[in-house]
Structures are given as C-alpha cells and as structure tokens.
Design a protein around this ligand. Structure first.
Ligand SMILES: Cc1cc2nc3c(=O)[nH]c(=O)nc-3n(C[C@H](O)[C@H](O)[C@H](O)COP(=O)(O)OP(=O)(O)OC[C@H]3O[C@@H](n4cnc5c(N)ncnc54)[C@H](O)[C@@H]3O)c2cc1C
Length: 604
C-alpha cells in the first residue's frame, strides 16, 4: 500500500518506531501527542504557560504522550522501558517514566484498544512523533498538542474530495485531514473512473462546479487547460466523465496557500470504524489504523457484487469476455444500462441486446432549457404524496400549455426537493418509493442528448430491444442461459436464449445488504442504523450518523449518496457540493472550548 504523491508521505500523527524505521502502525501501536491539558492552544502560546499537568511534566523535562495500544498486545514494564508485543513484533518505549501501565500487572494483555499515558524526554517524544506535521508545528509544542484536531474521511470519491477541499479551505492550521481511498486514484469513485469517452456526464458542465459559491469553476478549469482546446463552445454541454474525474482529482491541488500539507491521502480499504469515547479509530484491511477526532463516511454508492454467471457491468464487455455475436440480456433500464449499451457499441458488439426492467422505462434526455423560478410559498411542503404529485403535474401542464418544457419545472423544483422529502409524511415516502420513484428517476436523472441519439439509433436499427417484463427463471446452459420472463400485464411465460446476462439494476438500495466493511462495522458496533425505509444510513439534518439507540454522534458523520434517507436528493454534484461545504463549515469551526472538552474527556 502506498500514499499518494500529492501528500506529504502519507503522514499520520502516529509515529515511526523509536529505534528503527519499521512502522509502529503495522503492529497496531500508535503514539500520539495528546496534551492532557485543557488549555486552548492559543492561550498557551500567548502567555507561555501550561496547565498543571503539563507544567509538572515540564519541570521534569518530560513530555506526556498517549500511546494507543491496539488489541492483543502484551505489554511489560521493565524499570524504565515499556515493551509491547504482538505476533507482528515488539514496540519498545525506552526511557519511559510515570506510566499509568503501573496500574496493570506486568505482562498485561490488552485485549481492547487502551491508552497508556507515558512520559518521555522531549527529544525522545519528538522522535516518536516525527511526522512532517509535527515537525512543522513544533516550537512551543502547543500546536502539536492540538494537532489532534484530525478528521478522517473514509472514501476518496467526489464526495470525500469535495469535503477534504472544503475543510482545507475553512479550517485553521491545526486541523489535519486524512483521506482514505481504496482505489489507486482519488476523485473518481464509481461515476468518474470510466475511460470510455462516450460515458459523458449526465449533468451539463454549467451545473458541475465543485464549489457552490463559484458556479463557473468547472467551466473555467475545462477551458483553461494548457494545450487542450475547450471540448465544447459553451457550458451547456456534457463532457466525458473521466475529464470530470481529472477535475475533481486536481481540486485538492488548488487548495489555498500551503494548506495541502495538512492533508494525508492514504490508499487502503477501511474495514472498521470505532468510536472510542474520546476519539475515533479507523482501521484498514492491512492493520494500519488512524486515530482522529472525527470520521466522515463518504463511501458512496454500494455496488452489487456480481452474481455468479453474470457479467460485471463496470467492466468493458471485451475485458469481461462477452462474445460480440451473442445476445446480451441487460437487467435494468436506467443510466447504468445506458452506459453499458454504449460500452457494447464501443467494443464492436454485433449481437442483439435486450434491456429488461419491470416497467421498461427509459431515461429521458436533456434539452437546452432553463429551470423556471418556483416561489417557496407555492410549494405544498408537508402535503401527502398524492397532493404533491397533483400539484406538480398541474404545474407541468400549465407550463407546457404555455409553450414551455416539462424539464424546466422539474429543475425548478430542485432547490426544494430536500425539504419536500424531509417534510413528506412517512407513509407518503413509502408510497413514493413503491409507485413513483421509477418515474421520478427517469425525469429527474436525464441523459445527454448525444447519448439519447446513440440509444435511439440502436433501438431503430433493431440492435436494442426494450422489454417491460420480469424474469421468471434463468437456466444456465452450454451457450449461456435460457431466460424465462413474463411481460408486464401478461400471464404468458416467454423464453429466450442469451449468451450473457449483465445486471445493471445498479446500486444496492438497502444498506443492510451492504458488503462494504466500513459500513458493516458501523452496524455491527451499533454506531449506525438503517433508516425505516431501508434506503440509507440514518443521519441527522447536519449529517451526524445516528446510532442504534437513536442518538446522533458527535464524532461520526456521513456525506454523499449514503445519506439519501435524510436528504433524498443527494446523488449528484450540485447537491453533494452544498452538503460538503455546510458540513465542513461546521466541523472546521469546532470551537476550542469544545475541543478542550473532547481532550478533557481523554483518560489521563
Ligand atoms: C455511473 C454513474 C454516473 C454518474 N454521473 C453523474 C453525473 O454526470 N453528474 C453528477 O452530478 N452525478 C453523477 N453521478 C452521481 C455520482 O454518484 C456523484 O456525482 C458522486 O460521484 C458521488 O460520489 P461519492 O464519492 O459519494 O461516491 P462514489 O463515487 O461511489 O465514491 C466512493 C468512494 O469511496 C471509496 N470507498 C468505498 N468504501 C471504501 C472503504 N471501505 N475504504 C476505502 N475506500 C472506500 C470507493 O472506492 C469510492 O472511490 C453518477 C453516478 C454513477 C453511478
């Protein structure tokens, strides 16, 4: 595993080992300077004094550090050393005095993560804590103490990057951010990793700025790339998604001043998140762990793991071994299906393509129209779903009768959709999901006109057939599979022979079915719960994750599509960018007083 080049060596607040360069983290031991003092940093700096605990350490010329012993370590106190051992090796803390380990017996086995408060000479403490951030902020020491303002973002797709950027912009120099991403690149995630140039944005460039207070930011970036001509004459266009991935990935480099040194990007898969009363601990699949004050889940869409015998929709068909002459059955007729058809065409597929879903609805195309202005007072907030849809239909009919386009009304509603969802009675939410969601989705999440052209072409020349039908059975055979299905409104069972089946039903809708270990760990620990409609993890209006007992966390937050239970319309960038900016404003301004509270909570 490696850190990304954009970082300062993937710096984390935890130390290299003392006597050699093997990484303490690999053994599950972390050393962090945790000032036991509750005196705010600036105050310490100004008057040069420290709290009683710290002062006594000063008198003895010692520095108090917290050493976090992860599970399954045996530690032993030898007169001036503490040695902690697990199957991966031993970490020795030499010249250690005044350890609270003396409370324990020698050879104590720590089964749970445990804080040891150890005191070291200043020199040694510095060596333990040697990381770029600590070195840069030494010179009084108090900045180090407050380097504990540390946010860990799990997931480096668009949401994670947008949040990291906003935190860097808004927070003070003592605030550090660690961004953990399992893919080799940040900023791409599921949507923007595609290399197929025909996979274009579903939202026009004009609306894809990453920054809510600078709507032209993406357009300016797009048109000012050195040596690359602008891909379109104006921002009402749809560019390849991989270009957007480049934009998001480069966003962090645009952070103001020298703030980038406060960011560490770590490649790895988060498998566990725990809330240890006074801090969060995030563990990766290789055993590395990160300690912070706050963790934010930005794990995005949960994709269905590919069932046996099905083709992976996120791989190019040629790479997945799809026979170019075979009949391909695509399950689902949404935007993932639209992408896959383009992938088939791109890879020179010649066989028939059948796309099947219960209603057989095809995503509507964009048109060059602007949203209408809808007054907040006319929106029936809090009304049941039937009244709400009647009102919307009436608004659309009136606009169309006046020569307008229905899209202008749907887009005009956008500033209110999150509030509409929040205030929709629970029974109406359920009815909406069961009966109206599919229609809403095809009108709301539209495809680019050039994509519509390709799909229409494939339909007209007979290569693509849309079926409103339900699969009744699949029998694998030597040529692929025989699929039995029933058309919508009919009882007769039909069958067809196909060479490949691609599941494009997309995203896992129920988070309880998530295979993501970070999400699972939150459920397993009771730190999160699924919302009553099973569409997301439950979060408060300010993105705090709600635990099993219904209490919003002070340390665990979430952004992006995983928060759709609270926000519903939180799938696309125009909504995610607002959410990230608002959450960053809140997290970056955690007051020093509340920080002092957090620090005071730590065991001494
Ligand atoms: C095919 C497709 C096309 C889209 N097109 C558009 C569009 O044109 N315009 C638009 O506005 N929106 C579009 N969207 C919506 C899109 O979801 C958002 O724009 C945005 O990309 C969501 O970003 P995210 O970071 O929340 O989620 P994701 O993109 O899913 O990213 C989550 C990241 O977290 C990482 N991760 C997950 N779990 C872990 C873990 N345990 N440990 C470490 N890392 C982890 C993943 O590797 C991933 O990189 C599209 C969505 C899809 C699926």
């Amino acid at each position: 595993m490696r850190s990304h080049a954009a970082t300062l060596s993937g710096a984390i607040p935890c130390a290299d080992s003392i006597d050699d360069d093997s990484h303490v983290n690999e053994m599950g031991v972390q050393c962090c300077r945790r000032n036991a003092s509750a005196v705010p940093c600036r105050q310490q700096k100004r008057n040069g004094t420290v709290s009683a605990g710290r002062a006594s350490a000063k008198r003895e010329n010692l520095e108090a550090l917290f050493v976090i012993i992860r599970s399954a370590h045996t530690c032993r106190v030898i007169p001036t050393n503490v040695a902690c051992k697990n199957s991966l090796g031993t970490t020795e803390f030499p010249e250690t005095r005044h350890s609270n380990i003396r409370r324990f017996q020698n050879d104590f086995l720590f089964r749970q993560p445990t804080h040891l408060r150890l005191k070291f000479s200043h020199d040694l403490a510095r060596r333990i804590l040697r990381s770029p951030i600590v070195w840069r902020t030494t010179g009084g020491g108090c900045m180090n103490a407050f380097a504990s303002r540390h946010a860990i973002i799990i997931g480096g797709g668009a949401s994670g990057v947008l949040l990291a950027y906003q935190l860097l912009q808004r927070s003070t120099p003592d605030f550090r951010i660690t961004l953990i991403e399992k893919r080799p690149e940040i900023g791409r995630g599921l949507a923007y990793h595609t290399g197929n140039p025909e996979h274009v944005l579903n939202v026009r460039v004009a609306n894809m700025s990453a920054l809510p207070d600078d709507p032209d930011h993406f357009w300016r970036w797009l048109t000012s790339r050195e040596g690359v001509p602008p891909p379109c004459p104006d921002p009402y266009c749809f560019v390849p998604r991989h270009i957007y991935g480049d934009y998001i990935a480069s966003l962090l480099m645009m952070s103001k001043g020298r703030s980038l040194h406060r960011l560490s990007i770590v490649q790895g898969t988060c498998v566990d998140v725990s809330d240890e009363r006074s801090e969060v601990v995030v563990t990766l699949d290789d055993g590395r762990c990160y300690v912070g004050d706050i963790a934010v889940l930005a794990t995005g869409h949960d994709i269905r793991s590919c069932s046996l015998g099905y083709v992976d929709p996120w791989l190019p068909p040629s790479a997945a071994g799809v026979d170019p002459e075979a009949t391909v059955l695509i399950l689902g007729t949404g935007l993932t299906m639209v992408d896959y058809i383009q992938s088939l065409v791109h890879d020179g597929h010649r066989g028939p393509i059948v796309a099947m879903s219960r209603r057989g609805l095809l995503t509507k195309p964009h048109r060059r129209v602007d949203p209408i202005r809808i007054q907040e007072t006319e929106v029936p907030f809090g009304a049941g779903i039937s009244r709400l849809l009647r009102w919307l239909r009436g608004r659309v009919d009136a606009h169309v009768a006046g020569g307008g386009d229905w899209r202008s009304v749907i887009d005009g509603l956008r500033p209110y959709t999150q509030r509409l969802w929040r205030e929709l009675p629970p029974a109406s939410k359920r009815r909406f999901l069961e009966h109206a969601r599919a229609w809403w989705d095809v009108h709301r999440h539209r495809m680019a006109p050039e994509v519509e052209e390709r799909i229409t072409h494939a339909l007209y020349d007979g290569r693509l057939t849309l079926e409103a039908a339900k699969v009744a059975g699949i029998e694998p055979n030597e040529f692929g599979a025989r699929v039995r299905y029933r058309r919508r409104g009919q009882s007769e069972i039909l069958s067809m022979q196909v060479g490949a089946i691609v599941d494009c039903t997309g995203i896992v809708k129920d988070p309880l079915a998530s295979a993501n270990p970070a999400v699972r760990s939150l459920f397993d620990r009771g730190l999160a719960r699924v919302d009553p409609l099973h569409i997301g993890i439950e979060t408060s209006a300010d993105c705090a994750i709600v635990n099993y007992g219904g209490v919003p966390s002070r340390r665990l937050f979430a952004v992006g599509p995983i928060t759709r239970a609270a926000f519903w319309e939180i799938i696309a960038i125009p909504d995610i960018r607002n959410q990230c900016a608002e959450l960053a404003a809140k997290l970056a301004h955690v007051s020093e007083a509340s920080l002092a509270d957090l620090i005071a909570e730590r065991p001494s």
